[in-house]
Design a protein around this ligand. Sequence first.
Ligand code: G6Q
Length: 560
Amino acid sequence: MVLTKKNYSYMTEITKTVEWCALKDHFEKMKSTHMRDLFSDDSKRFEKNHILFDDLLFDFSKNRITEETKKLLISLAKTADIENWRKRLFSGDKINFTENRSALHIALRNRSNDPIMVDGKDVMPLVNAELSKIKKLSKDVRSGSWKGYSGEKITSIVNIGIGGSDLGPSMVCEALKPFGSKEITPHFVSNVDAADLSQVLDVCDPETTLFIIASKTFTTQETMTNAFSARDWFINKAKKNEFIKKHFVAISSNSDAVIEFGIHPENIFVLWDWVGGRYSLWSSIGLSIAIFIGMKNFEELLEGGHEADNHFIAEPMEKNIPIMMALIGVWYINFFDFSSYAILPYDQCLTKLPAYLQQADMESNGKFIGRDNKRVCLKTGPILWGEAGTNGQHAFYQLLHQGTEIVPCDFVMPVNSNYSLEDDKNKHHQILQANFIAQTQSLMTGKSVIDVQNEMRDVIKNDQTLRRLVSHRMFEGNRPSNSILFKSLTPRSLGRLVALYEHKIFTQGIIWNINSFDQWGVEYGKQIAKLVLPELESKKDTKAFDSSTNNLINYINNTA
Ligand code: G6Q
């Protein structure tokens, strides 16, 4: 049965709606359409396929879409009830139903301060109180009025956390290094591998180091192991437990565990169950950011996020960047069957953006169970990866140009760099920009056999050799990309960019009918390592698991 909006109640059946069927028919026409032709047939293609949001330009014209595709995709979004779900997200509805929680990262950057209610209570006073605490600590540390146990100023901050309690702050501090304090170095320790913490401790002085233990649950094995080791290292040098107060703060919703660990109650920064880890850089999890770039800049980051929220709420679908990004993604994943998706920032400072978005996207939408508790009948989240340009060009771009797997890409670049070499006569930034543009263009157009022949004719005179080599040197093109450009990488522009991606992920989750805000796969990982650890501690051969697992454990026990 083909479902219409009226009889369509289970979103997992979106593939049976008239809108989906229309897209399927349309795909049959589009699958062999080349973007080269779409551009040559319409000189206004760019005008029709870009969105300007303040100084951010989202160019989506190099995609395998027409006006008809957009119309059909927007109808699909309407059928999926995006507008209503968006309202529910912003009004604090418990849309994360498997954990009975709201997903209110938007409240953390709600600069309008309009009330947002959870269980009948406005959360904004809580958010503002926490922001005041962040402001005070960041000011004290930056000004040097917060002193270590020997009276020295803090010069190193060490954020110990993992996943959502690490990736956001570490990505932002890297991206906004030019805005950071020259006197304070931020470090991020996440891996339980002792190499991670040891390398950081090697360059820190206990007298001038502030540890930030970032863990919403304060039970995560990796974080707690690192936190205990950092505390041991500190006590070993400082000698007195009372000095912990000047060198350890915590961000957690589990105050009892923090106090038990030995952190002074005044040094606890809270977050709430309605802040998901991967959406938490806007919360007190951003403490390391605020200390490094200062509260004013941290607030700018929040402003940028808030502006993106307003854009997402107010703009009609065809002018709405997250919605268009999401729909184009659905078009590729579910109709073209392109499973992979690359984020390619052309700015060295955005080097950690792909890893950050990888978590945001794959942990949110890597799910096979729908909101109706049934297995979804379509492909969900993409495999997201990437690397800063131009490094990737000398590595995996070969596959982007000529591989059998087509990978839609987002090219991201600030027009102005925050770095310049003296009078830059070697034109670093222009070369970077030229590469960005050249890649998006050549992925789209490709290079025809005739062009290759013409190029090679002067060099290779033998016709047989020429024929043989041409096929290797031609490029089919028709490989899609979005281009995202903005004036400069600032706290505000970064805040906008991150929040736009968050809403893109949310929109796709709605279309796929999944809960983008839980993460049972992560929880599973936390559980299973605990079963294996005792077997390794026992140092005895085990028969507890399957033969591969047993033998891996036994190999480790016998080899150590
Ligand atoms: C994010 C996930 C996950 C989480 C980490 C750390 O959305 O929930 O990445 O952030 O597992 O958890 P804790 O902050 O509780 O240590």
